[in-house]
Design a protein around this ligand. Structure first.
Ligand SMILES: C[S@@+](CC[C@H](N)C(=O)[O-])C[C@H]1O[C@@H](n2cnc3c(N)ncnc32)[C@H](O)[C@@H]1O
Length: 256
C-alpha cells in the first residue's frame, strides 16, 4: 500500500515535508518535554482499557488483515495489537511518539510476522487509497484531539473512505455521561453503521487514582494503581451503578 505523494521516509517513518505539516503542536510539545506524558504504562485503568478495547474489537474482527491505528502514541496499545494483525499502520501527529512506538513494536512485529508501517499523519487528510483497511481505530480519540465539529465530520468521512466494505472502526473516548448520547449521534449521522455501544465503568478507578495521589504512602500503593486486574474489578463494580460510573464510551461501527 503506497501513500499519496508528499510523504517521505525518515528512519523508517513516513512523514510529510516539515513545511506542509499543519498538526496541533501541543502533542509533540508534550512528547518532547516528558518521557511518557500520560504515564499510561503505570496506570492500571489505561492498561485495562487497552486490553478491554482489543477484546471487544476482536469479537467483531478477530484477525484484521490490515489495521490503521490513529493516535498510536508511544505504542502501548499498538504492541498489544501486533499479535492479532497481519499488517499494522501506526500513526500519530507526534513524530517523537511514533519513534518510540517503532522502537517498541518492531521487535514484537518480527516475532509475530506482522508487517509494520509508521506514519506521522492524521485524519482528515489520510495519505491512503480508498478501501485500504479492514479496521481503523481512533482510541482517545476525537474528543481528546480537540476537533471542531467540522473536523469531526471530515475525519469520519475520511475514515469511512479508507475503510474496506465490511470493515470496522473502533472509537473510544474519555467523556462524562452527558456527552455520551451526542457522541453516539455523531457516529450514527455518518456513513458508518453503529454495531456496538458499550462503556467502561472506570470512574471508580479514576477516583482511586486521585485519592492515592493525595496519600502520604502513595509510593507503597502505586502497584494497586498500576494493576489492570484492580481496574477490571472496579469496572465490574462500576457496572452495577451504570453509566454514571462510566468515563469511557466505546463504539464499533461498520462500513456496510
Ligand atoms: C491520549 S493519547 C491516546 C493514545 C492511545 N490511542 C490510547 O488510546 O491510549 C492521544 C494521542 O493522539 C495523538 N493525537 C492528537 N491529535 C491527533 C490527531 N489529530 N490525529 C492523530 N493522532 C492525534 C496524540 O499525539 C496522542 O499520542
Amino acid at each position: 500500500m503506497s501513500p499519496t505523494s508528499g510523504y517521505h521516509l525518515v528512519d523508517g517513518i513516513s512523514m510529510l515535508h516539515q513545511q506542509e505539516q499543519d498538526y496541533n503542536p501541543w502533542f509533540e510539545e508534550q512528547y518532547s518535554a516528558t518521557a511518557e506524558p500520560w504515564n499510561y504504562s503505570r496506570r492500571g485503568g489505561e492498561l485495562f482499557r487497552h486490553a478491554h478495547t482489543i477484546e471487544l474489537l476482536r469479537r467483531f474482527c478477530p484477525h484484521p488483515s490490515s489495521l490503521l491505528e490513529l493516535g498510536c502514541s508511544q505504542g502501548l496499545m499498538t504492541a498489544q495489537l501486533v499479535p492479532f494483525t497481519k499488517e499494522l499502520f501506526a500513526s500519530d501527529v507526534s513524530p517523537s511518539a511514533v519513534k518510540i512506538c517503532k522502537r517498541k513494536c518492531d521487535p514484537l512485529a518480527a516475532q509475530h510476522n506482522c508487517s509494520m508501517h509508521y506514519y506521522v499523519t492524521t485524519t482528515p487528510g489520510l495519505p491512503f487509497a480508498d478501501d485500504s483497511f479492514e479496521v481503523v481505530t481512533l482510541c482517545d480519540g476525537m474528543i481528546g484531539w480537540w476537533f471542531s465539529e467540522e473536523q469531526k465530520q471530515a475525519a469520519l468521512k475520511d475514515t469511512y473512505r479508507v475503510l474496506r466494505k465490511g470493515g470496522y472502526v473502533m472509537f473510544t473516548d474519555y467523556a462524562t455521561p452527558d456527552v455520551f448520547d451526542s457522541y453516539i449521534q455523531l457516529i450514527q449521522n455518518s456513513e458508518l453503521s453503529v454495531v456496538s455501544v458499550s462503556y467502561l465503568y472506570d470512574r471508580p478507578w479514576y477516583l482511586l487514582e486521585s485519592v492515592v495521589k493525595k496519600l502520604p504512602g502513595k509510593a507503597l500503593l502505586s502497584p494497586i494503581v498500576a494493576s489492570p486486574k484492580v481496574a477490571k474489578l472496579l469496572h465490574k463494580a462500576g457496572g452495577m451503578v451504570g453509566t454514571a460510573a462510566a468515563r469511557h464510551i466505546l463504539i464499533i461501527a461498520r462500513k456496510e
